[in-house]
Design a protein around this ligand. Structure first.
Ligand code: B12
Length: 256
């Protein structure tokens, strides 16, 4: 069964797949509207990792995830297509796809599924692609035998040392860059760290992110843009969801 599912996903471009028992994450579900879509009697979470590093050199002022087409759309579409095929193959069962906007604590579930280790920076770090992977999943009431495993990084401490806010979630610069209202000192923090959208500081220093592979996803490769320009077509970019004014404000803050 595992092989059949993995083959179906792989045929649809989803190559990094692991299985997590729903039971393992049931007590840690995130509170969100998407929770309503979970299949009744969910048994298995099919975790998928999508590599997204397009070039070795980082983009200008943007985090890597903001330099490519919005992963919610790209990975969401890939998962939706795979779901359709799984529903045909297993008509008695339910399959629901989620990506980011998900009740599943994706990093923990992916670590349990054996896709990688949970880093001190809170991110899933894979062997091949480091932490430059997005996570998405298909939750199903189909039972798949899962071997639970959960590993953490080596706790070298580099991510915490280098992070300007010591990995504090509220002050996280990625979080600030997405907020509609910022204080002057918060804006200053973004400027000091040359941040336009998102933050990769904790990822860039991670030893497990050195010499990692680049993605072979054609949508990420073809849609890559090294920088943001005012007036560009922002549809289908990860920074559009907050409205254009937020990225514009950050841009003006950086160049002033
Ligand atoms: C909210 C959120 C953010 C917020 C807050 C981040 C944070 N550190 O909490 C902000 C906006 C700051 C953010 C930033 C980023 N994010 Co974000 N974010 C999320 C989101 C939607 C939810 C995370 C969350 O709140 N989890 C709940 C908290 C409480 O989990 P926790 O800290 O791990 O603690 C819980 C567990 O440890 C659990 N627990 C404890 N013991 C056990 C035991 C078991 C067995 C289990 C199961 C659980 C468990 O209980 C704790 C409390 O509930 C996830 C998607 C998702 N649905 O998971 C993406 C996600 C984590 N983000 C992602 C990304 C890419 C980023 C950025 C790198 C983007 C960028 N370049 O700027 C940054 C990185 C910043 C950082 N170092 O964290 C990716 C990470 C991919 C990866 N490789 O891991 C995710 C998975 C989205 C995706 N679908 O790809 N993010």
């Amino acid at each position: 069964m595992k092989q059949t599912i993995t083959d179906i996903l792989s045929a649809n471009g989803i190559k990094n797949v692991g299985f997590c028992a729903f039971e393992s994450i049931k007590g840690h579900l995130l509170d969100c509207r998407a929770k309503e879509r979970l299949p009744q009697n969910s048994k298995t979470v099919i975790m998928c990792a999508f590599a997204y590093k397009v070039k070795e050199n980082p983009p200008k002022f943007l985090s890597r995830y903001a330099a490519i087409p919005d992963y919610h759309i790209v990975c969401g579409d890939m998962l939706a297509t795979a779901c359709k095929i799984l529903r045909q193959k297993y008509p008695q069962n339910s399959f629901e796809a989620f990506c980011d906007n998900s009740p599943v604590p994706e990093v923990c579930a992916a670590a349990i599924a054996g896709l990688g280790v949970k880093g001190d920076n809170g991110l899933l770090i894979t062997k091949e692609y480091g932490s430059f992977v997005f996570l998405g999943e298909i939750v199903t009431d189909l039972y798949v035998d899962c071997q639970n495993q959960y590993k953490e990084c080596i706790h070298c401490g580099k991510c915490k040392t280098v992070c300007p806010v010591s990995l504090n979630k509220t002050d996280c610069l990625s979080n600030l860059s997405q907020k509609k209202k910022l204080t002057d000192s918060e804006l200053e923090k973004l400027k000091e760290n040359s941040i336009l959208w998102g933050c990769d500081i904790c990822q860039n220093v991670c030893p497990m992110n050195q010499n990692t592979k680049i993605t072979d996803n054609p949508q990420f490769i073809n849609g890559y843009r090294n920088e943001y320009n005012i007036g560009e077509d922002t549809s289908e970019r990860a920074y559009t969801w907050r409205g254009e004014n937020v990225i514009k404000r950050n841009y003006e803050n950086l160049i002033k």
